[in-house]
Write a protein that binds this ligand. Structure first.
Ligand code: B1M
Length: 211
């Protein structure tokens, strides 16, 4: 019988096939998708980040871990959004220009879907003009920006400025990602900040004044 620790190890080692067999086994045994995410999968990615920082693994290894993580997310996403209800709000989300990290952004998108939002995901490396065009097209209530690199944080500032300069004063902008803080959100004029995917739901609702 597999354990959460086995799942964590499989993601760290980029063993996609193992991830695909372990997750259904654990769900079948009564584990919740949220626990798998928070107690095995996210900690696995943190461990990979630590190893990368200490030069124990390099970009290719980080990539195979990320692929294993994504494989796992595909399996738990249906369960995470199961409680979903009819969309009340439209949200646009993307990782800002220059940044290719999308695991955290995808998780936020999943949680928003689960909270009943219709989510339009623009993907990664999204230039400010693409956010502006998407807002024109979809008229969302909220826009989510994700950044994982200190070097791409300025893209968030440029994106917020571009959205406001295009005249979208009422659309709420929520930002997040490992290097992001509330004070950075305040500094660049974002309406809200969330530290993780779970709090991104509360933060979005608070920003929209919804219960
Ligand atoms: Co990258 N990388 N990476 N990487 N990578 C980090 C971010 C890093 C911290 C690793 C390290 O040094 N310890 C470091 C950044 C250092 C810094 O800027 N301070 C780093 C680096 C340096 C790089 C490259 C520059 C490496 C190189 O090429 N030399 C390069 C940059 C490429 C680019 O983007 N232009 C690079 C590349 C990559 C891969 C492509 C190999 C791969 C990404 C694959 C993918 O995403 N498809 C990768 C990975 C996997 C990581 C780590 C290991 C894991 C990231 C992750 O998925 N975490 C990461 C180390 C780490 O984070 N500990 C690292 C799990 C995920 C669930 O968490 O994304 O933080 P996270 O999302 C959280 C919250 O941040 C929050 O909620 C999420 C869920 O709780 N959140 C939001 C995120 N977005 C939000 C939006 C919101 C609200 C909350 O509202 C809208």
């Amino acid at each position: 019988m597999s354990t959460r620790e086995d799942l964590k190890t499989a993601i760290i080692n980029g063993k996609r096939k193992d991830v695909k067999t372990i997750i259904p086994e654990l769900l079948e045994a009564g584990e919740t998708p949220v626990d798998l995410l928070e107690k095995a999968m996210i900690p696995a990615m943190s461990a990979v980040g630590e190893k990368f920082k200490n030069n124990e693994v390099f970009v290719p290894e980080m990539l195979v871990s990320a692929r294993a993580m994504k494989e796992g997310m595909k399996l738990i996403e249906p369960a995470l959004i199961e409680a979903g209800i009819k969309p009340k709000h439209t949200a646009i989300i993307g990782t800002v220009e220059g940044d290719l990290h999308d695991i955290g952004k995808n998780l936020v998108a999943t949680m928003w879907k689960g909270a009943g939002f219709e989510v339009i995901d623009l993907g990664v490396n999204v230039p400010p003009a693409q956010f502006v065009d998407a807002i024109k097209t979809h008229q969302p209530a909220i826009v989510g920006l994700s950044a994982l690199l200190t070097t791409t944080m300025p893209s968030m500032k440029t994106t917020v400025a571009a959205i406001r300069e295009a005249g979208f004063d009422t659309v709420k902008i929520l930002i997040g990602g490992a290097p992001i803080t509330q004070s950075y959100a305040d500094e660049i004029g974002a309406d809200g900040y969330a530290q993780d995917a779970g709090s991104a739901v509360d933060a979005a609702k608070a920003t929209l004044g919804a219960a």
